[in-house]
Design a protein. Structure first.
Length: 59
């Protein structure tokens, strides 16, 4: 059974499959990882969001 973290990651990954340049999806992945104390993975996701949209203030 999937927990909320897994469901969120799955949804964001599907969004990226559909639209690989979706900065908000990478940000969402970062938030999901950060809320699970997986900070290295969160930073990597935030960096991808910023690479797509350099002025993405939230990331």
């Amino acid at each position: 059974m999937l927990n909320e973290f897994d469901k969120a990651l799955e949804a964001y990954e599907k969004a990226i499959e559909i639209k690989p340049d979706k900065d908000e999806a990478y940000y969402g992945i970062g938030v999901a990882y950060a809320s699970s104390n997986k900070f290295k993975e969160a930073i990597e996701a935030y960096e991808k969001a910023i690479k797509i949209k350099p002025d993405f203030d939230e990331a």
